[in-house]
Design a protein around this ligand. Sequence first.
Ligand code: AMP
Length: 383
Amino acid sequence: MTTPRMPGARIGVIGGGQLGRMLALEARRMGCRICILDPDPQCPAGQVADDQVVAAYADLEAARELARRTDVVTCEFENVDAAAVAAAESLRPVYPGSRVLRIAQHRVREKETLARMGFPVPAFHPVQTPADLETGLRRVGLPAVLKMATGGYDGKGQVLIRTAADAHRAYEALSPKSEMLILEQYVQFSKELSVVCARDVRGSIACYPLVENIHRNGILDVTIAPARVPGEVATAARNLVSAITEQLDVVGVLTVELFLIGDGRLLVNEVAPRPHNSGHYTLDACATSQFEQLLRIVCHLPLGAPELLTPAVMVNLLGDIWEQTGGQPDFKPVLAEAGIKLHLYGKAVAHPARKMGHMCAMAPTVEVVMERALAARKRITGV
Ligand code: AMP
């Protein structure tokens, strides 16, 4: 069961976005072959992969074809069709398996599972009917957030609620789009944090450092590694995330998003059983990237060291910048700087909020790297 699959292992990936692309690039460096399942022949991962099955994610025969062409299968997003994962799983091992995907795909299942396991989550209530909404408002209180249980991402499919009237309007808007909703307490957090944690088939764990995330319009904007928090908070967060990864029996990479609240407590916002945007800094700043770690796991190789080699700040580059600059932004002033890496995802069309690439700045201290990263963005956008 744990025979190593290197070199030349053939790895199937469901999904062809930027996470699949960065995984494919690391795979090529390590001598593995990558096959992508994605409907778009020009998708970011397909451009750099060895092979692609061009089909919808929910096409069961395509999922089986991906499995037949490869030795092992993984996913680069969690909203992958459960039946397609099961189809691939009938032929090849899939990491992470369908069990953890089912939990992460559904916000109610996710929160109920974490709460049952004793992990701290914001107060929540599942909502399917107007009566559930009333009960939820009494239990959770205001302000609150009403979210679609399935299908929402990057802040889409969720509405901030300050009054009972807001709640009813939000219910009318969201309930036709998702068979279940979740009402969550609005957390007055002091920081948003996350940890990427890797676990292999033998149960060994490698936890990346705690990082700090700043969101804009519900989308990750900046990640600061390491997080600017007391050492006890960083230790508590890594212990919490390791315990969640173990309890969920994840084989692969799990990212846990956390809220830090005023009294130093941590609450779990969500889990994603895959490499994550807040772990992109690991490509340039850690001994082993989150993508290499996933490859090592699916190939049954030893985990790599997750150590942060230098403070780093990752800045997302959204399509808005392409719009502001009337086409291709001028990256020359940024590339002339020492200590900044540019990553572009090969997306032909830029539209607002679309993740087109990111920059990773590195420097000996968090203060200097923060200044360097924000100055670099200013040079591109003028903002
Ligand atoms: P999500 O897709 O659930 O991660 O939500 C996207 C962003 O919305 C989060 O990163 C937070 O900034 C914000 N958010 C989500 N849920 C809550 C909550 N219960 N309380 C406060 N802010 C939230």
